[in-house]
Design a protein around this ligand. Structure first.
Ligand code: BG6
Length: 296
């Protein structure tokens, strides 16, 4: 790795895990090498945009609760592999810091994960190279590129499982998914027809919106702001809030924290999983930007 620019420092974070701290003119960010996990993004003059649980674990064997877990190479449970960790091995793996550079007012950080003995022995045994690029500026831009380094084709699922901080999820709505069919994960595999209005939260919400490349906006009344999420290379969007009982059932999630977060996840899952031939690559990205609520 080349020398880090002054805006980027490699520090010891919670649980003794290595942490990349970025201080750009317009915002700050924190990225753990464990999972290439963005745990903080705070634009200047704003409350944190990326939510992190106060109860999160920070250890090699656990996924960080909050931030932006990278789900790869599968999402949810791995069919036929009850031993496989939920949401894949990427968020449990230590990524390598490749480089970091300042480009004008933005700071670019690149991290990499390649197959290892452990991943080759896992429920997804292929040779691959994944590069996660985070651009910290007025916007937070996150790009996951996956290259097939194997001699055979492979398919994978992926998600930038973005936890967003809101004033109160009960007065928050997500626009951009109107009329989009979705799978309601708790109630079953068959898609339900899209609803005409924005997504509103009145109970546990765990939905996979299908065949959508649309940008979304989280309109947070209590926080008096909007978070726009633009995406590329992604054909599914997951919206999740555990609500009270599910939050209480999670040891690494504060009992009352569910009111202050919502996940809007940029994904390719289920029928939109990605198929790559040898030497082919695929890129998926998400960009977050904050504005006042008056912006439509
Ligand atoms: C969401 C899933 O993406 O992640 C939910 O749709 C799941 O079903 C949630 O509960 C959190 O998953 P985990 O493994 O981080 O607890």
């Amino acid at each position: 790795m080349s020398t880090l620019p002054p805006s980027v420092r490699l520090e010891t974070g919670q649980g003794g895990l290595p942490l990349v701290r970025v201080t750009a003119p317009a915002s700050t960010a924190e990225i753990y090498l464990h999972g290439a996990h963005v745990t903080s993004w705070v634009p200047q003059g704003q409350q944190p945009v990326v939510w992190l649980s106060a109860e999160s674990r920070f250890d090699e064997g656990s996924a960080i609760r909050g931030g932006v877990p990278i789900c790869f190479p599968w999402f949810g449970a791995r069919a036929g592999h009850p031993e496989a960790p939920q949401h894949g091995f990427a968020r449990l793996s230590d990524w390598e810091l490749v480089d970091a550079e300042e480009q004008g007012d933005e700071v670019v950080v690149r991290l990499r994960l390649t197959d290892s003995e452990a991943t080759r022995a896992s429920a997804w045994p292929y040779l691959f190279e994944a590069t996660f690029t985070v651009v910290v500026g007025v916007r937070l831009s996150m790009t996951l590129e996956v290259v097939n380094r194997d001699t055979t084709e492979f398919a994978f699922e992926e998600a930038l499982h973005t936890y967003l901080a809101v004033g109160d999820v009960r007065s928050t709505e997500v626009t951009g998914l109107e009329g989009t069919d979705y799978v309601d994960r708790p109630s079953g595999p068959d898609p339900l027809p899209g609803e005409p209005g924005p997504v509103r939260f009145t109970g546990p919400t765990d939905r996979i919106y299908l065949a959508t490349t649309a940008p979304t906006t989280v309109r947070d009344e209590a926080g008096a702001r909007a978070i726009a999420i633009a995406k590329d290379g992604s054909a599914t969007t997951v919206v999740w809030n555990p609500w009270l009982d599910n939050a209480r059932a999670m040891a690494d999630f504060g009992d009352d924290e569910w009111t202050g977060m919502v996940c809007v996840e940029t994904c390719n899952v289920r029928d939109d999983s990605v198929l790559l031939e040898p030497d082919q690559s695929h890129t998926m990205s998400a960009r977050l930007e904050v504005s006042g609520l008056s912006t439509p």
